[in-house]
Design a protein around this ligand. Structure first.
Ligand SMILES: [Zn+2]
Length: 275
């Protein structure tokens, strides 16, 4: 599942490739993408729109569009990759079919292709940026202060690992980076959120930010499906300290890394390093 670093990677790679380009046509191939309650994505509305930038908002990729003398709406095209979604740019027409697109945006140079084998991903059109604002705090934003995190944790008796996965609190942290951040902060994933000391909270906040930034530098983590905007793989998997390493020795203390299940999700941690 793409988490914050994978989504950021795709947005960062797409931005310089598509910024300033015009939409020539928008083709929705998978009718499942036409969701009720949103303006349908059609060539009529988007033809002539110019891409002003491409960026991440929560776990979504936003393609920001302005009208131009050729026409087109001022709007935001918002893509959520979910399980297996991929958003790629290509200038090779022969490659288009091979990518098995659910939707294709033809630009004045090249194509943006949205493909998605399991079809859980979404592509929606918003006139107003308020409409797709993520519910939680972005852990890489200035808003994510120590004070804010302390206050949020203080009100919760939930296990800290499960707490981190709730997208309406912090947005974009999934199973991989939750496990890695708790290891880096030396916090046992089974502890209650409100039991963390101020030192623990500070260590956790720093670990979350450091790990997410490092994963972005390495273009995310690829296990099975994630590909970046040019079809490449992430490189962060070689830096994982505990995730997927049950039975291996902990790199810090040599103790065996264990796997437990919390809320139907695997948690990997070191019982010796994490207290
Ligand atoms: Zn250890």
């Amino acid at each position: 599942l793409p988490e914050l670093p994978e989504v950021e990677t795709v947005a960062r790679q797409l931005d310089p490739l598509v910024r300033g380009r015009y939409i020539v046509s928008a083709r929705i191939i998978d009718s499942k993408l036409r969701e009720k309650g949103f303006p349908a994505i059609t060539s009529l509305k988007l033809r002539g729109s110019r891409i002003t930038r491409c960026y991440r908002s929560g776990k979504q990729i936003v393609i920001e569009l302005k009208g131009s003398p050729q026409g087109g709406l001022e709007c935001h095209l918002v893509v959520h990759l979910r399980m297996t979604g991929r958003l790629q740019f290509t200038q090779d027409k022969a490659q288009l079919k091979l990518l098995k697109p659910r939707a294709v945006l033809e630009l004045d140079r090249g194509w943006i292709v949205f493909s998605d084998t399991r079809r859980f991903g979404t592509m929606r059109l918003f006139r107003n940026a308020e409409g797709f604002k993520p519910p939680g705090i972005d852990p890489l934003s200035d808003e994510f202060s120590l004070k804010l995190l302390s206050g949020m944790l203080a009100g919760s008796s939930q296990e800290i690992k499960a707490w981190l996965l709730r997208q309406d609190r912090l947005t974009g942290i999934g199973n991989i980076y939750a496990c890695e951040a708790l290891f880096a902060a030396a916090v046992d994933p089974r502890r209650r959120a409100d039991s963390l000391s101020s030192e623990d909270v500070s260590a956790l906040r720093n670990a979350i930010r450091r790990i997410l930034r490092s994963a972005i530098r390495n273009c995310g983590t690829t296990f099975s499906d994630f590909q970046d905007a040019s079809g490449g793989m992430g490189g962060y998997q070689r830096y994982l300290r505990v995730y997927g390493r049950a039975g291996e020795s902990c790199g810090s203390c040599g103790e065996e890394i264990v796997r437990i299940v919390q809320q139907q999700r695997s948690t990997f941690f070191c019982t010796d390093c994490q207290k």
